[in-house]
Design a protein around this ligand. Structure first.
Ligand SMILES: [Zn+2]
Length: 562
């Protein structure tokens, strides 16, 4: 046998001369890591690990950069990011003239009759301020838009809930108004929407929305093009690249996804194109408890228990909302399969119904995921009731978006044994001003310190605002709110190490994958991020400036900037 036929015994990838933070308490620090067959082969000193290199091994010297397990963004809304690139950007436009020029440029290349849809006015990713950021301090009128795109319907989109802060402003030209059937007699069906009119009662083309969760698309814009399956697939392709570029290797979508969004992920999985491991919860479109019981019984076998899939694509449980408006949910269902920017189906569930839905889900062994916001104390009784009959802790039910919570309710969560996920960028940074009048100045809002001290299994997510985990780590460690940069609930700040833990190791519980991912120890998935600095020892104020230089998923390099 010639030497060429000998089996290759070396590692596939070797990273040396780094500062390796393994998140493995048994062996927390190292200098180097080797990956083989998609999993961590060994962790150790640079000289030990260098010896595992064979002739086919890719070896990368890191010059002291920090190595961590890839981020597990446990409330990612990843599908949305790539969709943004499919619409004309108005980013950095300073005036209406600039906006009109951009639309004119696109109109010149767009066949007559085809839609031109833009992203909102303002600076991404949040678009705060909208038209106030323009020299004129207002939206373009229909006449101005007609002037640059007479042959194309034009829609300047308002903000989506997660990005900005209401009010949101949509602007349409005359063709767009006509195609959507909006005239002087049109009235919105949902509250929180206003069709702006001129002195003679004619629509100006501007629609103002004050709802936290914008609804204009479903109520007033039936003719504006939706994201279809192909757009969602392309969007996720783009999303995965940018999520990989910040070190994210796994996402958990506990807010639930509509069937079309799940289909998009499924197609990418079938084509072996996933470069982020995805775990997806179902966002149901049932109308009432009777329909829910039938669907749970007949159709959701695949989502029961731990769920179904493989380490790249996993379907698990359902999202049951608490609250919501029935009229809004009705309109949203009529627009299915479109789910707009959210990617999930709008629900309206009263407190009594919530208990019934949870009991039915428990009966069918469907893990429930619930968005609680500030409502934890209201839904605790239902959870306690269900827990008297079913082991919801063992089954790892998930409480999400936790914001203001009383200590006694956190203690109940601990007793119930349920998992908790947080979206710090949303409630502490973006929405922090909602809580600065609280007597405890926000100490009970996204109370990471209290939750960790109680031993609650908690993990964090970016909520796609923005999608980089460094910003979320910075928020967890500093708790700055965005309006006045005050520190919201300073006693709830956690260390850089704990922030990292909430975005890496702890997320594995959600998919029953502890021991499989979240740590750099032999046998775990080869999911790795190489960072510009060490989040566990640097000044917490600088966490948001971290960068990712290399990302490896399943042993494969998916992002490299070295
Ligand atoms: Zn969410």
């Amino acid at each position: 046998m010639s030497s060429k036929q000998l089996p290759e015994v070396g590692a596939d990838l070797v990273l040396t001369d780094g500062r390796v933070i393994t998140m493995d308490p048994a062996s927390p620090l190292a200098e180097a890591v080797a990956v083989r067959d998609g999993r961590i082969m060994a962790v150790g000193t640079s000289s030990e690990i260098a010896q595992l290199a064979g002739t086919k091994t890719e070896s990368i010297k890191l010059d002291g950069l920090t190595v961590i397990p890839g981020f597990n963004d446990t409330h990612a809304h990843m599908d949305r990011e790539g969709l943004k690139a499919q619409r004309l950007s108005l980013a950095d436009a300073q005036s209406i003239a600039e906006i009109l020029q951009r639309i004119a440029d696109v109109a010149a290349k767009t066949p007559a009759g085809e839609w031109i849809v833009t992203m909102p006015i303002g600076a991404p990713p949040c678009y705060f301020g909208g038209p106030e950021t323009l020299t004129e301090g207002r939206m373009p009128t229909r006449q101005e838009l007609d002037g640059v795109a007479p042959d194309n319907p034009v829609c300047i989109a308002g903000i989506f809930a997660n990005w900005g802060a209401p009010p949101g402003y949509t602007a349409l030209n005359s063709r767009a108004l006509e195609l959507n059937g909006i005239n002087r007699d049109t009235n919105p069906r949902c509250s929180g929407l206003e069709i702006e009119r001129d002195g003679s009662g004619e629509p100006t083309g501007v629609i103002i929305e004050t709802n936290q969760r914008p609804f204009v698309e479903f109520d007033l814009l039936p003719a504006v093009p939706r994201f279809g399956l192909e757009e969602r697939i392309d969007g996720i392709r783009h999303s995965m690249q940018v999520y990989n570029a910040v070190g994210t290797t796994s996402v958990y979508e506990g807010h639930g996804l509509g069937a079309e969004t799940i289909s998009a992920y499924r197609e990418l999985w079938e084509k072996d194109e996933l470069s982020v491991r995805v775990a997806l919860t179902l966002s149901p479109a049932w109308r009432d408890i009777a329909e829910a019981k039938t669907i749970m019984r007949d159709w959701l076998g695949h989502a029961r228990g731990r769920g179904m899939g493989d380490p790249w694509f996993w379907i698990t449980g359902v999202h049951i909302a608490y609250g919501g408006e029935a009229s809004v949910a009705d309109l949203a269902r009529q627009d299915l399969p479109n789910t707009g920017w959210s990617g999930f189906v709008e629900q309206a569930v009263s407190p009594n119904e919530f208990r019934d839905y949870c009991l039915a889900a428990a009966e069918h062994d469907l893990r429930v995921h619930t968005i609680v916001g500030d409502d934890l104390q209201d839904l605790i009784p239902a959870l306690v009731h269900v827990a008297e009959h079913y082991p919801i802790g063992e089954r790892r039910w998930v409480i999400e978006h936790i914001a203001r919570a009383r200590q006694e309710d956190l203690e109940t969560l601990k007793k119930l044994g349920v998992l908790v996920t947080t979206i710090p960028a949303y409630f502490i940074w973006k929405g922090g001003a909602w809580y600065t009048d609280d007597a405890d100045f926000g100490e009970s809002v996204v109370a990471h310190r209290s939750m960790l001290d109680l031993g609650i299994p908690v993990a964090a997510g970016t909520d796609n605002i923005p999608y980089d985990p460094f910003f979320t780590m910075w928020v967890m460690a500093t708790r700055h709110e965005r309006h006045e940069n005050r520190v919201l609930g300073p006693n709830q700040r956690i260390s850089g190490m704990e922030s990292l833990d909430l975005l890496t190791a702890r997320g594995a519980w959600l998919t029953f994958e502890e021991g499989q991912k979240g740590m750099l120890s032999p046998g775990q998935y080869g999911d790795i991020a190489v960072l510009s600095d060490d989040p566990t020892s640097m000044d917490p104020e600088d966490l948001r400036n971290l960068r990712c230089h290399l990302t490896v998923v399943g042993g494969k390099v998916v992002h490299r900037d070295l």
